[in-house]
Design a protein around this ligand. Structure first.
Ligand code: ADP
Ligand code: MG
Length: 363
C-alpha cells in the first residue's frame, strides 16, 4: 500500500489579520482558510469589518498585522506584498461595474490573455453557461440587473482565478430574482472549482451558498462551521438571534437546574445563582392543542405547558406568526405554525418548548 500523499495547502490562508482605523481594531485577529472548491461566507452585520477583510486579501488595503497565503505561498505580510493584479484573485462587487462602452463579450474577455481564438472559446463557454450567449454582442445597458450580474460573474471567472472574492454580490438585485441567481451562481462556482469568499450580511444568503460560514462581529470571528451547526448550535444569544427571531425566557440556576414556567431546564456548567437566558426560535414553540383548556399535564420531552393568551395572529406566507401574552409574567412569546392558523385575539392556549431546541446562555 502506498503511503497517503500529503494534503495540499489550502487555496487561501489568512493568519491573524489585524487592521486598525484611528486606533480602533476593525479587523481583529482574523484567521481562516479555504480549500479549493469551497464556498466560505463571511457573515455579519453592517460595519463589522467584512469588506475591510476582503480588501486586504485583494491587496487594495494593507493589514497592520497578519499574513496571507495562496496555495501555500506568501502573498503579503506587513513588509512583503504582491500587487493585487498578480495575486490570481478575482473580484466581484455589489455594483457589477461592467464597462458600459464594451460589449458583453468584450467585458468577459477583459482580463484574458493569450491567443484570440482561445479567448473567444473561453468567453463563449462562460456565456453559454450563464445563459447569455444570445447577448454576446449586446451592451450592458440593454441587459436586466440579473443579466448584468451574470456577465460580471463570467468576467470574474474568465481568467480562472485561484480565489474569487465576492462582496454582497446579490444585494443590488430584485429580491424575487435573488434565490434563482444565487443557485445558478453557486452551480457555476462549483463547476469551476475555485475557492470562494463571499461577504454578506444576510443569513439566508449565507445558509443557501456556504459550505462554511464565518460569523463575524465587531472585527472578530465569533463562530465558524457548516450552516447547520451555526443554526443549531449557536455560541451565544446574539449568534442565535442573527439567524432568526428568537424568544427569551429568563431564569436563574439552582443546583444545576433552571426552574421556569415551562419546567426545569438543565444548565450544565453554570454556577448556582447565574442568571440565564433560555433561547428558542419561534418554530420550536409548540402549541398544546390536545390539552387546551384542560390545564397543565407535563410530558418529559416537552416539559410543562404554560398558559398564554393570543394577542395577535398573522399569516406570513407558508406559516402563521402568533403572538402570546404569557400569564406567568406578562411577557410576549412568538410562535410560528405551519400553514394558516389564525386564532382570535383573547384565545387562551397552552405552550410548550421543545427541549432539544432550547439554548441556555448566561444572561
Ligand atoms: P462591513 O463590510 O462589514 O460593513 P467595513 O469593513 O466596510 O464593514 O467597515 C468596518 C468599519 O471600518 C466601519 O466602522 C467603517 O466605518 C470602518 N472603515 C472602513 N474603511 C475605513 C477607512 N478607510 N477609514 C476609516 N474607517 C474605515
Ligand atoms: Mg461591506
Amino acid at each position: 500500500m502506498s503511503s497517503p500523499s500529503p494534503s495540499p495547502p489550502p487555496r487561501l490562508e489568512v493568519q491573524n489579520l489585524m487592521r486598525r482605523f484611528d486606533g480602533q481594531a476593525v479587523v481583529d485577529d482574523v484567521s481562516f482558510s479555504i480549500p479549493a472548491g469551497q464556498v466560505t461566507c463571511l457573515l455579519g452585520p453592517s460595519g463589522c469589518g467584512k469588506s475591510t477583510t476582503l480588501r486586504i486579501i485583494a491587496g487594495v488595503d494593507m493589514q497592520d498585522q497578519g499574513r496571507i497565503f495562496v496555495d501555500g505561498n506568501l502573498v503579503c505580510d506587513t513588509v512583503f506584498r504582491i500587487p493585487p493584479e498578480r495575486r490570481a484573485i478575482g473580484l466581484m462587487f455589489q455594483d457589477f461595474a461592467l464597462f458600459p462602452h464594451l460589449s458583453v463579450a468584450e467585458n468577459v474577455a477583459f482580463g484574458l490573455s493569450g491567443p484570440a481564438s482561445q479567448k473567444r472559446a473561453r468567453v463563449a463557454d462562460l456565456l453559454e453557461r450563464v445563459h447569455l450567449i444570445k447577448h454576446i454582442d449586446s451592451f450592458p445597458h440593454a441587459l436586466s440587473g440579473g443579466e448584468q450580474q451574470r456577465v460580471a460573474l463570467a468576467r470574474a471567472l474568465a481568467p480562472r482565478p485561484r480565489i474569487l472574492l465576492m462582496d454582497e454580490p446579490f444585494s443590488g438585485l430584485d429580491e424575487r430574482l435573488r434565490d434563482g441567481i444565487r443557485d445558478e451562481t453557486l452551480g457555476l462556482l462549483k463547476e469551476e472549482g475555485t475557492a470562494v469568499l463571499l461577504v454578506t450580511h444576510e443569513p439566508h444568503e449565507a445558509m443557501r451558498m456556504a459550505d462554511e460560514i464565518l460569523l463575524m462581529r465587531a472585527g472578530r470571528i465569533v463562530q465558524r462551521g457548516a450552516p447547520y451547526n451555526l443554526y443549531n448550535a449557536p455560541v451565544d444569544r446574539a449568534a442565535a438571534a442573527f439567524f432568526s427571531d428568537v424568544n427569551v425566557i429568563k431564569g436563574r440556576v439552582q443546583s444545576a437546574l433552571t426552574p421556569t414556567p415551562f419546567g426545569d431546564f438543565f444548565a450544565p456548567g453554570h454556577a448556582d445563582g447565574t442568571e440565564v437566558d433560555i433561547v428558542i426560535r419561534p418554530q420550536h414553540l409548540k402549541i398544546d392543542f390536545d390539552r387546551a383548556g384542560r390545564g397543565p399535564n407535563p410530558t418529559v420531552q416537552d416539559g410543562t405547558p404554560a398558559r398564554g393568551v393570543v394577542e395577535r395572529a398573522r399569516f406570513i406566507g407558508r406559516e402563521s406568526l402568533v403572538e402570546f401574552r404569557m400569564d406567568y409574567d406578562g411577557s410576549v412569546l412568538r410562535a410560528t405554525v405551519p400553514n394558516v392558523f389564525l386564532p382570535k385575539p383573547g384565545t387562551a392556549m397552552w405552550l410548550m418548548l421543545r427541549r432539544d431546541r432550547c439554548f441556555v446562555f448566561p444572561a
